[in-house]
Design a protein around this ligand. Structure first.
Ligand code: IPM
Ligand code: MG
Length: 360
């Protein structure tokens, strides 16, 4: 196959990790007979520096002309909250999610076999394993609701951020979660705050309807505060966790932390049509940018997700994932990962993974 891939290298360590992910793409191409047409797309702080806007005109169209988008990382203190909205990298991220219709954000949190020691939880919890898929609604809720700021007569300034969800928005993300669970351990935990929020009560109604339809999948509701607690108490209980945008933002950081390896975790954002967007869940780490210190594995595993979810090529995805596991099993690690093995840089990590893909 020939795949068209948009590359958003971004800021900080973004360009370095994307470079290694592209090496992996090329290696997979050689071994499985694929070619690629890459298009560089400018987005984030680097776009603000170049053209004065973090989300330059035509960005969505350039991405839509491709089969998938690979993003390194965007943001940094240089483009902070004191900047006008159009110069902030976060604005660009939200805009591209919305414009590409990427309503489903898949964030797997897996404790990789070679890294049980890195898990900050008690050994008996780590040994039970962690392999969950966080499915976060990505284009609705409080992130995209109406915002207001106004003066009141006696309390000074008042602000509001509206959280709204429609049945349609809830149903489509719910269906994604159940479909994913069918390919995994067949369990869905739906997380909400139905004891307080009306949006959560609607969320629960819709999810209950779906649970009847997908009766082969085990289903449970969980309140978000309890879920935050269960993630550190007994993360092995979770298979697919589905939740609204902001709860998912918070819980997915927690889920990544308990695997002890934020530098290893990929993500996929998908909608009903191509392109999907693939990115590591870590940030742009400006403090180590350009020093060959960054861990490219999360971006490389994002390429595996690209093969799995955008290209329907499980074999290529498995080849990348098992190559990563083999390199980790040999105790090679980058500076972010605790360990007694051999510390290596960004480029060498990429090279070793490519070598393993070719060996297999
Ligand atoms: C994430 C990030 C973004 C979010 C920020 C940078 C806008 O935290 O992808 O989780 O909140 O969605
Ligand atoms: Mg976040």
């Amino acid at each position: 196959m020939n795949y068209k891939i948009a590359l958003i290298r971004g800021d900080g360590i973004g360009p370095e990790v994307v470079e290694q992910a592209v090496r992996v793409l090329d290696t997979v191409g050689k071994n499985f007979g694929h070619t690629y047409a890459y298009t560089d797309v400018l987005l984030g702080g680097c776009a603000t520096d170049a053209v004065g806007k973090s989300y330059p005109d035509g960005t969505a169209d350039k991405c839509k002309a491709c089969d998938a988008v690979l993003l390194g990382a965007v943001g940094g203190p240089k483009w902070g909250s004191d900047r006008p909205a159009e110069e902030r990298p976060e604005t660009a991220l939200l805009a591209i999610r919305k414009d590409l219709g990427l309503y489903a954000n898949l964030r797997p949190a897996v404790l990789r076999p070679a890294l049980t020691d890195a898990c900050p939880l008690k050994p008996e919890i780590a040994e039970a394993g962690i392999d969950l898929m966080m499915v976060r609604e990505l284009t609705g809720g409080v992130y995209f609701g109406k915002r207001a700021r106004y003066d009141t007569a006696d309390s000074g300034v008042e602000c509001s951020d509206l959280m709204a969800y429609s049945e349609r928005e809830i149903e489509r993300i719910g269906r994604r979660a159940f479909a994913l669970a069918r390919l995994r351990r067949k369990k869905v935990t739906s997380v909400d705050k139905a004891n307080v929020l009306e949006t959560s009560r609607l969320w629960r109604e819709v999810l209950h309807r779906l649970a009847q339809e997908y009766s082969d999948v085990a289903y449970e509701d969980m309140l978000v505060d309890n879920c935050a607690m269960q993630l550190v108490r007994n993360p092995g209980q979770f298979d697919v966790v589905v939740t609204e945008n902001m709860f998912g933002d918070i819980l997915s950081d927690e889920a990544s932390m308990i695997t002890g390896s934020i530098g290893l975790l990929p993500s996929a954002s998908i909608g009903n049509s191509a392109p999907g967007l693939y990115e590591p869940i870590h940030g742009s780490a400006p403090d180590i940018a350009g020093q060959d210190k960054a861990n490219p594995i999360a971006t490389i595993l994002s390429v595996a997700m690209m093969f799995r979810y955008s290209f329907q090529r499980a074999e290529e995805a498995d080849a990348i994932e098992s190559a990563v596991d083999r390199v980790l099993a040999e105790s090679f690690h980058t500076a972010d990962m605790a360990g007694s093995g051999t510390p290596i840089g960004t480029k060498q990590m990429g090279a070793l993974i490519c070598e393993q893909i070719t060996k297999k």
